[in-house]
Write a protein that binds this ligand. Structure first.
Ligand code: TRP
Ligand code: ZN
Length: 881
């Protein structure tokens, strides 16, 4: 494990490397305990470096076995090799030479899952961000682009399959049970995109003919026996390839495209050129084992990694500060893909919920950072919701500011101008300035300034003059190391909704800040006046969530009720109802703190029933509308002095009130939504199941609810319904016989399928109440659990810490103590996963004082440990700062 060196990397320190590596040849001789890697690097001093300089290569825990320059062994005093670096004091004065480096690795002992490691008997690699330096010494930075030729030798019995990036060149037999394969990738790429897979895997194949007629062979490799669970991923891949041609004009560029699913993986998936490697959770699916949510995630992540082929691979990042250049843009592209493939409004609501659940708390807590950070200690900790999700929102805003056509023009120019480059955010913004003639310098603050802007909004209507005025005041809260903020350019889509529910035409507009249904806020105080407005309209603001901001609007409940029923923008319609539900829950929370019971507005409760039964609304939309804001969402709205038990009580009270008032309607709808045919994972069918399961969640509160949920569980014909029923039982009827029986049955049926068991772990880890800590501790002893596997850890430990407010934040601090101990146990093997887990503590300062003190003590207990990894130390130090 690499312990912390305390080194800080800064954006302003960037300078190009003195040396380049135009060509890289790698020879692997694979063995579990000893793998030999011979790297032959064609090295060239950069043209504008005019005198000889030393060459320093990155390493991480390497053992050097041989070193030669231009075929001659290098004398001992000519270089200095440590596990973490290789310095060549006086490279040949010509500045052009071939450096041969042989290293020896032990893949079987690599539990950090970075570099070359073994996952379920398969050799595989993960090099982003800085894993390549665990394979060989290299200029392991994204602006060093090299053409790779890779030769892999392995025992045929152990590894009949030998894959790397690019196109297959040759393969053959070596005698004595060994064989080899050679791969060549003609596209220069940074080392983080290198990949190798070797093992014994099953596979499904397909073909795709590109727009210009290139025939591409597609392969998805999975554990033997799971081939029949890879069909959906293959279908998603083919649809992604077609979509990227149609919508962005991006064609695939190699003869083959391979995807490999592995069961031990630190993140979701990795876009290695021509050889994507996936967490098997995002490949394997059938109705028996995967939920509709899993299908949607697979589709999105397959698309995401595929889309990186242009946004990430053909055009990569100059340095890791530019991570959002590839990630924010590629998330935007996968969001658009899912919106086109499924329901655009439903997708948008889901995106915003995710952004608020993950990015807002990050932006509002100690780990806040700009979409393009200026400094980091450990780059692995910057694969964040801010870089990915807010990064995507920023690209979406560029499209809003420019309009769809100019946006596409800018993207075309980006591909044309920067193909083959390691680019920057400045390069990206420049193409949009160039195609539009617009000045995006104020807009660029979205990349440079952390924090969620707040807009305070008030309106007035003068019926005498027929004027309607909107006053908007912007503020950006201070964030770590940025106390003073500059004013931002915030594009706010809006509508003025008339009494008939239709958008009013607005005639004259004062100032030039309104364009195509969008108000462009740029100043601190912004006033827009519309004339010719005879009756008072209801303002629908931030339609489609055009800007990732919070709004403070003085809006009457009547207006929100009106928008929830009539707004023509489905996102805003959902938002209006969600705001009403949030406000009601907060009122109930306050009552609960005061030991009182809350009564809810009958109008609100009735509206829930009406939305549930509105035929004109998609099932999935209705399901999202009826889903109460989560306990963490409510905590975020309240902001400080959080008592999770009181929030839970308030939220439950609202759920009960809605269920009690709508039992009859919900029950009828529930019966009517029963499946009437074979399973299909399409969006419409998934929406129907989502609504039915949301209704069940309410019905389960009513008398006899556990019987109904148990019956739903027993008669389920797919995992979506089975898992939903199990969660409802475990969360609403914890100790009941029905729940015990269902949990045992599920365990028995799926014990040998780890991905399905993750759902079982997660459901129990998120069961509300003080007993969750002990339950989770006990589940760590379950035979299906393994602390070495990131998916198991994220389901059980991550589920508990991030999605169980009452359990994790138990008043006596037992949740925090258990968590600290477990994070340290995970860190021993896998610092990256431990650090990510630890971010669950990021909102500790918003807790009420007693819990806050206990949370802090747990964080300090981690901080006090000697020899912490750079990953974990970075997160803990920033969280406590
Ligand atoms: N680039 C990957 C993506 O598509 C992210 C990723 C995968 C990653 N594995 C990783 C990042 C390991 C850091 C470490 O989003
Ligand atoms: Zn990505």
């Amino acid at each position: 494990m690499r312990t912390d060196t305390g080194q800080v990397f800064r954006l302003e320190d960037y300078r190009p490397s003195d040396y380049l590596i135009p060509r890289t040849e790698l020879d692997f001789r694979l063995g579990q305990d000893s793998t030999r890697v011979v790297a032959k690097l064609a090295i060239e001093r950069r043209a504008d470096v005019d005198k000889p300089v030393r060459l320093e290569l990155d390493g991480d825990g390497l053992q050097l076995r041989r070193i030669e320059i231009d075929g001659a062994q290098l004398p001992e005093d000519a270089f200095e090799a440590t596990p973490d670096s290789l310095v060549i004091h006086n490279p040949p004065a010509s500045g052009r030479f071939t450096l041969l480096i042989e290293t020896e690795l032990a893949p079987s002992r690599n539990e950090a899952l970075m570099g070359l490691y073994r996952s379920s008997k398969v050799y595989c690699t993960q090099c982003e961000a800085e894993g390549f330096r665990r394979i060989t010494y290299f200029l392991d930075r994204p602006d060093i682009l090299s053409v790779y030729t890779v030769r892999i030798e392995a025992e045929r019995a152990e590894a009949p399959l030998l894959l790397s990036n690019g196109n297959p060149v040759e393969h053959g037999d070596l005698g004595q049970g060994w064989h080899y394969a050679v791969w060549h990738d003609p596209f220069p790429k940074p080392s983080y995109l290198f990949a190798l897979v070797a093992g014994d895997l099953g596979c499904i194949k397909d073909r795709f003919v590109t727009a210009s007629g290139k025939d591409v062979e597609l392969g998805i490799y999975v554990e033997h026996g799971k081939e029949n669970q890879a069909g959906y991923a293959m279908d998603a891949l083919r649809r992604s390839m077609k979509w990227d041609e149609d919508v962005f004009g991006c064609e695939y560029d190699l003869d083959v495209f391979n995807i490999v699913a592995v069961s031990d993986f630190n993140m979701g998936a990795m876009e290695n050129k021509g050889l994507n490697i996936f967490n098997d959770k995002y490949v394997l699916a059938d109705e028996e084992t995967a939920t509709d949510g899993d299908f949607a995630n697979i589709e999105a992540i397959i698309a995401h990694e595929y889309f990186h082929n242009w946004t990430g691979n053909r055009i990569t990042c100059r340095d890791w500060f530019q991570l959002c250049l590839k990630e924010g843009l590629t998330v935007f592209r996968d969001h658009e893909f899912s919106a086109d493939e499924r329901s655009r409004p439903v997708k948008r609501i889901a995106e915003v919920r995710t952004l608020r659940a993950h990015q807002f708390p990050e932006d509002q807590g100690p780990l806040a950072h700009p979409v393009r950070p200026r400094r980091y200690r450990e780059i692995n900790n910057f694969y964040t919701a801010t870089v990915y999700e807010k990064g995507s929102e920023v690209v979406r805003m560029i499209r809003t500011v420019l309009g769809a056509e100019l946006f596409r023009g800018g993207m075309d120019l980006y591909f044309e101008r920067h193909d083959g480059d390691a680019a920057t955010i400045e390069d990206f913004l420049k193409v949009f300035e160039d195609v539009s003639g617009k000045d995006l310098s104020q807009f660029a603050l979205w990349y440079h300034q952390a924090g969620t802007p707040n807009l305070s909004v008030s309106t007035s209507h003068n019926s005498g003059s027929g004027e309607f005025t909107i006053e908007i005041e912007q503020s950006v809260p201070p964030t770590p190391s940025e106390s003073r903020k500059r004013l931002m350019h915030i594009p706010l889509a809006f509508g003025l909704v008339g009494a008939d529910g239709k958008d009013m035409a607005y005639a004259a507009v004062e100032g030039a800040t309104v364009d195509n249904g969008v108000i462009h806020v740029r100043k601190r105080k912004h006033v827009v006046t519309f004339s010719g407005i005879a009756e008072r309209p209801v303002l629908s603001l931030n339609r489609g969530f055009s800007a990732p901001v919070t709004l403070t609007v003085e809006q009457r409940p009547d207006d929100l009720m009106f928008l929830a029923s009539h707004d023509s923008d489905p996102f805003s319609r959902w938002q209006a109802f969600n705001t009403l539900l949030t406000d009601a829950t907060i009122a109930a929370f306050k009552s609960s703190l005061g030991g009182k019971q809350q009564t809810f507005s009958p109008g609100l409760v009735t509206l829930a029933g009406r939305i549930a039964g509105t035929d004109g609304l998609e099932h999935a939309f209705r399901a999202l509308a009826l889903t109460l804001p989560g306990e963490a969402d409510i905590a975020r709205e309240i902001g400080k002095n959080i008592d999770p038990d009181a929030i839970h009580a308030g939220r439950e009270a609202l759920a009960r009130a809605i269920a009690a008032a709508n039992g009859e309607i919900f029950s009828q709808l529930y019966e009517g939504l029963r499946s009437n045919g074979a399973f299909s994972p399409d969006a419409a069918s998934a929406g129907r199941r989502a609504l039915r399961n949301t209704l069940l969640d309410y019905l389960a509160i009513l008398p006899g609810g556990e019987k109904r949920a148990a019956e739903h569980f027993a008669t389920a014909t797919n995992m979506t319904d089975r898992a939903a029923a199990l969660a409802i039982l475990a969360h609403r009827h914890g100790g009941s016989e029905e729940t015990k029986k269902a949990l045992a049955e599920f365990d028995k049926r799926y014990r040998s399928d780890p991905l399905v068991m993750d759902k079982w772990f997660m459901i129990q880890a998120t069961a509300p109440g003080a007993s969750a800590v002990d339950a989770v501790r006990a589940l760590m002893e379950h035979p299906a659990f393994s602390i070495a596997n990131p998916n198991r850890v994220r389901s059980l430990i991550g589920g508990f810490a991030s999605a169980n407010q009452t359990g994790f934040h138990r008043a006596d601090g037992a949740g925090y103590a258990f968590f600290a101990e477990t994070v340290l146990a995970v860190e021993k093997r896998n610092p990256q996963v431990a650090a990510r887990l630890a971010t669950a503590m990021r909102s500790w300062r918003s807790l009420e004082p007693k819990r806050q003190a206990k949370a802090r003590a747990a964080l300090v207990s981690i901080q006090a440990k000697d020899g912490l990894s750079a990953d974990l130390r970075d997160i803990i130090d920033r969280t406590l700062a």
